[in-house]
Design a protein around this ligand. Structure first.
Ligand SMILES: Nc1ncnc2c1ncn2[C@@H]1O[C@H](COP(=O)(O)OP(=O)(O)OP(=O)(O)O)[C@@H](O)[C@H]1O
Length: 422
């Protein structure tokens, strides 16, 4: 699509065409990726960004993920490809090659989608990918948070943008109601795909959508709830900075295990202490989410009473002077595979046997649960390697009683870590 001389600043579409500029004034790459499911929101996003990029002389690359969960998905991907062809936008379909799926299907599909799109963008040298979330998604997320009894972090909604795995993910229309994007598509004579799972009452999001519609008589609207999430996220920012400031005062070390000054922790405001604990637990366990509030309350009680505890795949040891948060051996045992495994979310294990365990640091995007740890020689090797002795880039673990010779681990990047084997 080339510049057609349409006025970027006038007409019914002007607000939508200018909004990304206002939302991300300093972000404007020449190449954008756009994630398009075929639903109304992402089709409007595609069309708008095709126009914006044509106006700016930049390019746009679209991608659709076929999760192989519904037979119609392949046809929907072809439908998107056809629209892209009409707009002069390149399009790729990525297939999620999955086996049997246990647990939360929606959550796993979403993670797989981000992984696939992230890898696709990196391969093509695309640094920024736009997503079609709207104010409706934000309001629904808020209601789902209420249903969980979430605190401020669970109620302040989705982020407008973030960086992960070398990709900048942006949601340019997060403050725009879905109805406005649909009106845009209608003005341009574009039809969209209605994913039947969007009407499936088994999903919390679908229930939230219905409840939202029923709340109108009370004056609760998509726009109103989306504004509430904005206010809460400003408050959340203030709480986060308080936690960061306090953490830097009471953190003794975060090299693999986290060590906090116990007296300093005791004198920390409970809300700030809670935030520091969550960060420490997530750092040690590489968990994508925080534990539940009630679990954290119990943990805080234990610390205040000077008791050791375990939570979120971590072991907490409380002494007179410090709180030590380490990966729990049992949790590590559930993670890695022998030859190409992500261990602890930060290190990749290569080399099939315990005599030559090579560890390479990965970004957070490398986090992936693996099952075959027990098949390795390491699984029988020992317990916690502590203290570790550094020799240049080689970490030498002490031999363990009853397990013959010790083993060595080469830290390829030289990053400090706590090695725990089972
Ligand atoms: N299968 C997919 N392929 C590519 N991108 C997707 C896919 N599913 C979702 N996305 C991206 O994530 C955004 C939000 O996903 P969500 O599941 O809320 O949307 P949807 O209901 O499937 O479709 P839409 O947002 O387009 O109406 C989409 O707007 C789109 O940018």
């Amino acid at each position: 699509m080339t510049g057609e001389g349409w006025p970027l600043s006038e007409g019914a579409d002007a607000f939508l065409l200018h909004l990304p500029d206002w939302a991300f004034p300093r972000v404007w790459p020449e190449r954008f990726g756009v994630a398009v499911s075929g639903g109304s929101d992402s089709l409007a996003l595609l069309h708008l960004f095709a126009r914006i990029q044509a106006h700016r002389g930049g390019t746009l690359h679209a991608v659709t993920v076929d999760h192989r969960l519904r037979p119609e998905a392949a046809e929907e991907a072809r439908f998107v490809a056809g629209i892209c062809a009409g707009l002069g936008v390149s399009h790729d379909t990525l297939v999620w090659d999955h086996g049997r799926i246990d647990g939360n299907l929606q959550d796993q599909a979403r993670r797989a989608r981000y992984d696939l799109i992230g890898a696709w963008a990196r391969d093509r040298g695309i640094g920024s990918v736009v997503l079609g979330h709207t104010a409706d998604d934000q309001a629904e997320t808020f209601l789902m948070g209420l249903a969980r009894g979430a605190g401020i972090d669970g109620l302040c909604g989705m982020r407008r943008g973030w960086e992960e795995g070398g990709i900048r993910w942006l949601r340019p229309y997060l403050t725009v109601p879905r109805a406005d994007l649909r009106a845009y598509l209608t003005r341009h004579g574009i039809t969209w795909v209605d994913d039947p799972s969007n009407a499936d009452d088994r999903f919390q999001r679908v229930k939230a959508r219905k409840v939202l519609a029923a709340l109108k008589p009370l004056g609760i609207t998509v726009e109103g709830l989306s504004a509430v999430t904005d206010t809460l996220s400003i408050a959340q920012g203030a709480l986060k900075s308080a936690a960061v400031e306090r953490a830097s005062a009471i953190l003794r070390s975060a090299a693999g295990e986290v060590i906090l000054d116990r007296q300093g922790f005791r004198l920390t405001h409970p809300e700030t202490a809670r935030r520091i604990l969550i960060a420490a637990l997530r750092w040690a366990s590489s968990a994508a989410y925080a534990p539940r509030a009630v679990q954290l309350d119990r943990l805080q009680q234990a610390i205040w009473q000077g008791r050791d505890a375990t939570l979120w795949g971590c072991r907490l040891r409380v002494s007179e002077t410090e709180i030590r948060i380490t990966r729990e051996p049992k949790a590590v045992a559930a993670l890695a595979t022998p030859t190409d495994a992500i261990w602890d979310g930060r290190w990749r294990l290569t080399g099939p046997h315990h005599a030559d365990l090579r560890i390479r640091a990965l970004g957070a995007e490398g986090l992936r649960a693996c099952k075959a740890w027990r098949d390795t020689g390491i699984s029988r090797a020992a317990l916690v390697v502590s203290p570790a002795v550094w020799r240049g880039k080689t970490l030498v673990a002490a031999p363990f009683a009853g397990h013959g010779a010790g083993w060595t681990a080469e830290i390829v990047t030289g990053q400090p870590c706590t090695l725990i084997t089972h």
